[in-house]
Design a binder for this molecule. Structure first.
Ligand code: AMP
Ligand code: AMP
Length: 229
């Protein structure tokens, strides 16, 4: 028969271990937003843009980031300043990132500053699931899984400076990838609402597309311009 004092000790140890397990498995978010960006809408604003040092990106959606999020719409950021971006960790996929995850900020850069910002701000919040190369690889893989430009073009929605209804854009993407995307608009230099970013929700393993637990408030009008790039 165990003495009650050793039983109390044992129970307290179990509690400590449990807390430690919760702490270590700190996958502290509910889903990812995979955010794609139309370069034409980044560049034709009042603020303008700078093409990367590698040249003008293709006329396709580029990756903005993979953002851990909570079901209530809030999100964690800058979760681990001891694990900051290390450019050599992505050297083997740098060319792919330059074409699929292009920087457009000024002055022109090779991408490391933008990727570093995304890793430090968002990637560190899912570091238990994706390490640095894993985070960027996951973005590239998701981009392959979701041909948004193809989806829109199949539905007759082209980046030609014309206006399309928000419902038709949403439907074209849902018909192609099976889930409802979030749309974000910004305004061009003459004040028109235009398609800027598309949010696709992904489960915490960063592999499966899911219906969004919460859609971002995207500031789109009912009719949206799809600008030329
Ligand atoms: P900007 O691109 O300057 O408008 O900055 C907005 C930034 O806020 C985004 O790029 C994200 O880094 C962050 N952000 C806004 N909403 C979310 C969200 N729901 N989840 C994660 N990050 C977000
Ligand atoms: P968010 O904080 O991801 O994580 O990013 C928001 C910041 O990234 C804002 O300052 C944006 O202006 C900037 N940003 C958004 N898209 C790009 C891009 N394609 N290249 C470089 N910076 C960008």
């Amino acid at each position: 028969m165990m003495k009650s004092s050793s039983l109390v000790f044992l129970l307290s140890q179990i509690l400590v271990l449990q807390q430690l397990a919760v702490f270590c498995a700190s996958q502290d978010f509910d889903f990812f937003y995979f955010v794609l960006q139309w370069p034409g809408a980044y560049c034709d604003t009042k603020q303008s843009c700078c093409y990367p040092t590698t040249g003008k990106p293709a006329a396709d959606f580029g990756i903005h980031g993979l953002w851990p999020n909570y079901n209530d719409g809030s999100y964690p950021s800058n979760c681990d300043n001891s694990n900051s971006f290390n450019p050599s960790s992505i050297s083997s996929i740098k060319r792919q990132l330059q074409s699929e995850w292009p920087t457009l900020a000024c002055p022109s850069g090779d991408g490391n500053k933008f990727w570093g910002h995304e890793w430090d701000k968002h990637g560190t919040c899912s570091e238990d699931i994706l390490d640095q190369p894993g985070y960027f690889q996951a973005g590239l893989k998701l981009k392959q899984q979701t041909d948004l430009l193809g989806a829109l073009q199949n539905a007759g929605i082209n980046p030609n400076g014309k206006f399309y209804s928000q419902t038709s854009i949403t439907k074209a993407i849902r018909d192609s990838i099976g889930i409802t995307p979030g749309l974000e608009c910004n305004v061009d230099a003459s004040g028109n609402s235009q398609l800027y970013q598309i949010y696709i929700c992904v489960d915490t393993s960063a592999t499966n597309l899911i219906e969004c637990p919460v859609l971002p408030r995207g500031k789109c009008s009912s009719r949206i311009e799809f600008p030329i790039f």
